[in-house]
Design a protein around this ligand. Structure first.
Ligand code: GDP
Ligand code: MG
Length: 163
C-alpha cells in the first residue's frame, strides 16, 4: 500500500487547494460515509515522482463556532492516526490564530510526525506569520503557495524522510 499523508489545519488555510494540486486529475473517491469520515477526501498523489495517498480533512462549512472545534478535533485526530506523516497547514498571511494553537496542542502528543507548512507564502505578505509560527513548537515551517505551486521542491524534501 502507498504511504499516507494527512493534510490538516483550521478552515480556509488552503488544505483543499494543496490536495487538489497534489492529486490533480487522479482524484480517486469522495467519501460519502456518515460521521467523521463524511468530510474526508482521499486521493492518490504524485509529487516529483514521489507517490503517496493523501487525505484532505474537509468541509466544516455547515458548522457554527460552537460545534466546530470538537468536530474538527475528531476529524484531525482520525486522519493523523491513519497517516504516516501529517502536513499541518497555517495561513501565513493571516498569521497564527488561537485555533492554530489549539490544533498544535492536539498534535503534540501524537506519534505521527508533523511537518508545519506555511501556505499562502507567495510574495512577502507572509513573513510576520512565518516568524509567529515558530511558537507552535514544530520548528521552521516549509513555505509553500498551494495556489501558485511554489515550494513543492521543499515540500518533497520534507516528506521524503517520512514516506
Ligand atoms: P481549506 O478550507 O483549508 O480547505 O482551504 P481552501 O483550499 O478551500 O482555500 C481557502 C482559500 O484560500 C481559497 O480562497 C483559496 O483560493 C485560498 N488559497 C489557497 N492556497 C492559497 C495560496 O497559496 N495563496 C493564496 N494567496 N491563497 C490561497
Ligand atoms: Mg477544504
Amino acid at each position: 500500500p502507498l504511504p499516507t499523508v494527512a493534510i490538516i489545519g483550521r478552515p480556509n488555510v488552503g488544505k483543499s487547494t494543496l490536495f487538489n494540486r497534489l492529486v490533480g486529475k487522479k482524484l480517486a473517491l469522495v467519501d460519502d460515509q456518515p460521521g467523521v469520515t463524511r468530510d474526508r477526501r482521499e486521493g492518490d498523489a504524485s509529487l516529483i515522482g514521489l507517490d503517496f495517498r493523501v487525505i484532505d480533512t474537509a468541509g466544516y462549512e455547515d458548522l457554527d463556532a460552537a460545534t466546530l472545534p470538537g468536530r474538527m478535533r475528531q476529524q484531525t485526530e482520525a486522519a493523523v492516526a491513519m497517516a504516516d506523516v501529517a502536513l499541518f497547514l497555517f495561513d501565513s498571511r493571516a498569521g497564527i490564530v488561537p485555533l492554530d494553537e489549539e490544533i498544535a496542542r492536539w498534535l503534540r502528543g501524537s506519534a505521527t510526525p508533523v511537518i508545519l507548512i506555511a501556505n499562502k507564502a507567495e510574495g512577502k505578505a507572509g513573513e510576520a506569520g512565518i516568524l509567529d509560527s515558530l511558537s507552535l513548537g514544530f520548528g521552521d515551517p516549509v513555505q509553500i503557495s498551494a495556489e501558485h505551486g511554489e515550494g513543492m521542491g521543499d515540500l518533497f524534501e520534507a516528506l521524503l524522510p517520512h514516506i
